[in-house]
Design a protein around this ligand. Structure first.
Ligand code: PEP
Ligand code: MN
Length: 362
């Protein structure tokens, strides 16, 4: 799959891309207040708000629904931010499109279900609307990639994958455990796919959000989706994990960017220096092996003269024990030294056997 690069479709993109807004749209005032505040943060380019909320248990606030679409439209008009909402079925897609939502996102509980993802893919065919695909709640890379493929096959090239962590049983440090190697493998398989992190659903608690944002940038992710609320403690959903717009501004200011040039250049220089050292050490090793082999040949010739066998088991045992003892003092494992000397000794015996054979045929 070949995806459209973020800077080609997000105007004035400033790395990292930050997507901000409340877990849920609650009231018109709340949506507008948060929209206005996050718009002041330079990196924020997309405003998010959930209007249909997939709650774990019934009888909780399940989202405002259609009415909130008008409020989000107002944020877009007033701030110029792009807007995104979660869609879980064809009806949601239809309403989002009708209300000029710019980007759709597929939630973790939807990505797990290929029927739902396909229903969404069929509903967006021919529209060219960008779609963000969160990882499924379970740690299944194929299912995540499969969801992305369904959207891609509907003709969408502007796709962003979102790592929001994976559900685990029992109490853990995180609400949804991040398994960084999974988005990294997704990236390895799809180098052009932009990937952002959702620290809010990973952490479940607001004090960890900044750390996870930094972690995401350290592995070269493209940005983050951060749940932001002007009064997090009184949010109608996910109260513990939302941060205020001013905390978000602070987090983005403190991020250290491991960008292309300077860091990479230092890294390259350092790597080249270390590789040169490895080349030199390897040259020394090969020279030493050659010197050793010359001595082995001399021993072989001497053995022929005195009619002694090439393999002397006791010598081999003695040599190995000594080398392993020395290796251990140097901090090299027994297994490593043993394997190396087995290969070296085998080759020495082979060489001496050859010398003996040659002397007989003379
Ligand atoms: C959300 O972003 O509000 C949400 C419901 O997230 P997730 O699908 O990752 O649980
Ligand atoms: Mn949420």
């Amino acid at each position: 799959m070949e995806f459209t690069a973020l800077h080609k479709w997000l105007p004035n993109l400033k790395h990292p891309l930050v997507i901000a807004g409340p877990c849920s749209a609650e009231t018109r005032e709340q949506v507008l207040k948060i929209g206005r505040e996050v718009a002041k943060i330079e990196q924020v380019k997309i405003f998010r708000a959930g209007i249909w909320k997939p709650r774990t248990r019934p009888n909780n606030f399940e989202g405002i629904g259609e009415e909130a679409l008008g409020w989000i439209k107002e944020v877009k008009k007033e701030t110029g931010l792009l807007t995104t909402i979660e869609v879980a079925n064809a009806k949601h897609v239809e309403l989002a499109l009708k209300n000029d939502i710019d980007i759709l996102w597929i939630g973790a509980r939807t990505t797990v279900n290929p029927f739902s993802v396909q229903e969404i893919a069929d509903a967006i065919k021919g529209t060219n609307i960008p779609v963000m695909v969160k990882n499924p709640i379970n740690a299944d890379l194929a299912l995540w990639e499969g969801g992305i493929e369904r959207i891609y096959q509907a003709g969408i090239k502007r796709i962003i994958a979102i790592h929001r962590g994976f559900s685990t049983y029992g109490e853990t440090h995180y609400r949804n455990k991040p398994i960084w190697k999974i988005p990294m493998e997704l990236k390895r398989r799809n180098p052009t796919l932009p990937i952002v992190c959702d620290p809010s659903h990973i952490c479940g608690k607001r004090d960890l959000v900044g750390t996870i944002c930094q972690r995401a940038l350290d592995i070269d992710m493209d940005g983050m989706m951060v749940e932001t609320h002007h009064d997090p403690d009184n949010a109608w959903s996910d109260a513990a994990q939302q941060v205020t717009p001013s905390v978000l501004a602070d987090i983005t200011k403190k991020l250290s960017l491991k960008t292309e040039y300077s860091t990479n250049k230092n890294f390259e220089e350092k790597l080249n220096g270390l590789r040169k050292q490895i080349d030199e050490v390897d040259g020394d090793i090969l020279d030493a092996l050659k010197r050793r082999m010359d001595v082995v040949e001399q021993i072989g010739t001497a053995k022929v003269k005195s009619n002694v066998t090439a393999l002397q088991v006791s010598r081999m045992g003695d040599l190995l024990a000594k080398r392993m003892e020395r290796g251990e003092k140097l901090g090299l494992t027994e297994r490593y030294v043993k394997e190396i000397y087995q290969v070296i000794h085998d080759e020495s015996v082979r060489k001496q056997t050859q010398i003996m054979k040659d002397s007989k045929s003379k």
